[in-house]
Design a protein around this ligand. Structure first.
Ligand SMILES: [Fe+2]
Length: 481
């Protein structure tokens, strides 16, 4: 079965009944299912011999220890062509880095952690690095090229002309998704040898040890390889000065879970990325089968060996009553690009309370709340994981809940963060799937609880129920008058 990653952001504003699936829309999904069935999944099996499941209550205090049942064990081909450790940072290119960075800092609770600008001797670009937990967001804008000294740039791949073309075409958007690798130069060479389109050859940063290199990802976005002298935990980029904050700003966001790309055609984009990285298709399972008729898109999720670097890709589906949200994105973004970034919170209730407080004072707006019927049905769907109080809290904050055979996903989407209906943010918390590795270290399996596929059918069902309830009320009122 194929992985289907869905974006529910625009769904919440829909209230149309489900539409029929057309034959031609099924073709690609079917193709991907056939391909994936031989490589990514088995119907039954066991976890890797090197890992064992641990009791969820141990690490998910506050949630009920739901039993895992009907497990569908995924096989992981571990087919990466070079070692990939984790997401390192995401770089936005924008017209004014100061203002973009401050908006995200306030909206997401990510303090300014480092800077590289005129005050640090960089006359080529202003870059501000925000950080919360392991999550790093970098915002970069150019200074006037007429007075800039290109050699003072702290990010050697920065190009004023590429930046100008990028921002005029896309507005505020993600230029680079950076992943930590053993060697940026080896990863670049291995990728280009397997068909990756080169963008920036390996270059050293000012410490003479940290290296970055870039290859084409999709649209005008690049996949950036970074290798650091200090190993996998080094986040401060050479050439940047740390910024000390006496203000505590932390809403609980901890790391990047997945970076989703919208592309015009899924198959070539997925094949391109798979071929040069070796990433495999991550299989997603939910109780309900959700097709393109409900989502208006086809998707696939690509994952690295550790399944902590997740790249879902979406393509639009045509011929539906309502235009695909992916097509809307592609038009407004002038092509492919990053659609959303899913950020893991260690306490989604806290994160949402803090973010909602700031929605109307410089923070981010959220998609409309689901109808009350969604939460009435939630007790039967997730009452074994969430307490009544937690379900009430989900309703108050507009948090959606989905689950797969292994765990539970709490999720919510912001509205697009900038002028255009393009990029937005997802906040998530994953519950369950806690494993112990060979050294006894506890970790959570990647993509535990899925990506929200089941919420499509659940939202349709609850919207229909809600409309019926309203109609019944109107009927009662008409009869009484
Ligand atoms: Fe997502």
């Amino acid at each position: 079965m194929t992985s289907i990653h869905l974006s529910l952001s625009s769904f919440l504003s829909l209230n149309a009944p489900p539409r029929r699936r057309h034959h031609h829309q099924r073709r690609l999904t079917l193709t991907l299912k056939l391909e994936a069935s031989s490589s990514s999944t088995q119907t039954m099996g066991q976890e890797s011999a090197a890992t064992t499941a641990v009791e969820p209550a141990v690490v998910h205090r506050g949630f009920k220890p739901a039993a895992r049942k009907n497990l569908v064990v995924r096989t992981n081909p571990k087919s990466d062509h070079f070692p990939v450790h984790r997401f390192h940072h995401v770089e936005f290119w924008c017209g004014d880095a100061t203002n973009a960075a401050r908006r995200f800092s306030w909206g997401l609770g990510m303090p300014l952690a480092a800077k590289s600008d005129l005050s640090t001797g960089n006359s080529a670009h202003a870059s501000y690095l925000l950080r919360s937990g392991e999550l790093s967001f970098l915002f970069t804008a150019p200074y006037s090229p007429s007075i800039a000294d290109p050699s003072s740039a702290s990010i050697p791949t920065f190009s004023p002309s590429a930046h100008l073309a990028f921002t005029s075409s896309h507005g505020l958007a993600v230029r680079a998704v950076a992943i930590q690798v053993d060697s940026a130069s080896s990863a670049y060479a291995a990728s280009v040898a397997r068909g990756a389109i080169p963008v920036s050859p390996p270059a050293l940063l000012s410490d003479g040890k940290t290296a970055i290199a870039e290859v084409h990802l999709y649209g005008d976005s690049v996949l950036r390889y970074i290798s650091t002298a200090g190993g996998a935990n080094e986040w401060l980029l050479p050439g940047f000065e740390p910024v000390l904050n006496d203000q505590e700003l932390d809403y609980g966001i901890r790391r990047l879970d997945h970076a989703v790309g919208n592309v015009p055609k899924l198959e070539p984009a997925a094949e391109y990325l798979k071929k040069f990285t070796g990433f495999h298709e991550f299989a997603e399972f939910t109780a309900a089968d959700v097709g393109t008729a409900e989502s208006g898109l086809n998707s696939v999720v690509l994952a690295n060996n550790n399944e902590n670097v997740l790249f879902p890709l979406n393509e639009p589906v045509f011929g539906m009553k309502r235009k695909s949200q992916i097509q809307t994105y592609l038009e407004h973004n002038e092509g492919a690009g990053v659609q959303h970034l899913a950020l893991v919170s260690e306490d989604i209730f806290k994160t949402l309370r803090e973010m909602r407080k700031r929605s109307s004072v410089g923070g981010f707006d959220f998609m409309p709340l689901p109808p009350p019927t969604y939460y009435r049905n939630l007790k039967s769907r997730a009452g074994d994981v969430l307490s009544d109080e937690q379900i009430e809290e989900c309703e108050r904050l507009g948090i959606l809940v989905d689950r797969d055979d292994q765990g539970t996903l709490l999720q919510i989407f912001t509205k697009p963060v900038g002028d255009r209906p393009t990029i937005f943010i997802e906040i998530i918390q994953r519950i369950g799937c806690m494993m112990k590795d060979e050294e006894g270290k506890i970790y959570q399996k990647g993509a535990c609880g899925g990506f929200g596929k089941g919420n499509f059918s659940e939202l349709f069902r609850s919207i229909e129920e809600y409309e019926k309830m309203l109609e019944a009320k109107m009927g009662t009122r008409a009869a009484a008058t």
